[in-house]
Design a protein around this ligand. Sequence first.
Ligand SMILES: NC(=O)c1ccc[n+]([C@@H]2O[C@H](COP(=O)([O-])OP(=O)(O)OC[C@H]3O[C@@H](n4cnc5c(N)ncnc54)[C@H](OP(=O)(O)O)[C@@H]3O)[C@@H](O)[C@H]2O)c1
Length: 285
Amino acid sequence: MVIWVTGAKGQLGQCLQQIAKTQKTKFVWTSSSELPLTDEERIVQFIEQQQIKVCINTSAYTAVDAAENDVYQSFLLNCCVPNLLARICKQHGVRLIHCSTDFVFDGYANTPLQETHTTTPGSIYGQSKRRGEELLLQTYPEAIVVRTSWLYSLVGKNFLTTMRRLGRERSEIGVVYDQIGTPTCAPDLAQVLLIMAQRADMNGGIYHYSNEGAVSWYDFAVAIMKLESLQCTVKPILTKDYPTPAKRPAYSVLDKSKIKAALGIVIPHWQDSLEKCIRETIDSE
Ligand SMILES: NC(=O)c1ccc[n+]([C@@H]2O[C@H](COP(=O)([O-])OP(=O)(O)OC[C@H]3O[C@@H](n4cnc5c(N)ncnc54)[C@H](OP(=O)(O)O)[C@@H]3O)[C@@H](O)[C@H]2O)c1
């Protein structure tokens, strides 16, 4: 079985590459320069030549604030590309696993969100990802969409790497405490995506995956500073005092019952995964 992973240079793509090193399965990795996912002819040629059986699509337009002024690119990459992949994968009998986001929700819920919960994205990024989910599943109902939230790792630019940098540079920072969600350690998600890739019996549709628990960005930042022993004071601030071009959901905790039942997995609590992620770096430094 050959597994193709798109977005190889992205955060999740790099975490998948780390984990794949320990597996016997054959993987092929592509970045946008090697294989632009807007080029149908090249994708078809690639799938046929490489004899791809599973595609994990981690590629996306992920610049949430920039998307507000870049509607075309956002919809091209988050909506048209997933739909194109769905059509090609279906025609070639390739199982497709696609990543999506908690930003498809408006944030007005106050209990964990199931896959069937109404979606009303408040940003262009969220709208483009939601439309991408819809088109992909219309085109290829057997495809799998994994919605995740607050992805972090030691790779690239994400909340953990930003807090580590700011914690060293500043004595005080303000972080919002009125947005509640769940961090997802990218290597944890990568493990689950690889389990899904091996499970041909999985039903198509949407699945939620994040770590367990619920927390504000403020509490998440405090936990990072503490685990990193950084002497930076984190002050709780309101979203209205930290305006951003794109609106974020105030509450986006995902209910993971469906994926846990389908795969028989136990999901680590966000604090345990964060501690593990940070300890591993400290040990390797
Ligand atoms: N980051 C988060 O907090 C978060 C939260 C929820 C859901 N998600 C979802 O999780 C997935 C992975 O996110 P991530 O953090 O790993 O994103 P990322 O680091 O921004 O990586 C996305 C990758 O997409 C690739 N890409 C963009 N346009 C492309 C094109 N035309 N053709 C081929 N590749 C293209 C880029 O590849 P190149 O570098 O080669 O250009 C980039 O490396 C995405 O679907 C995202 O929407 C992320």
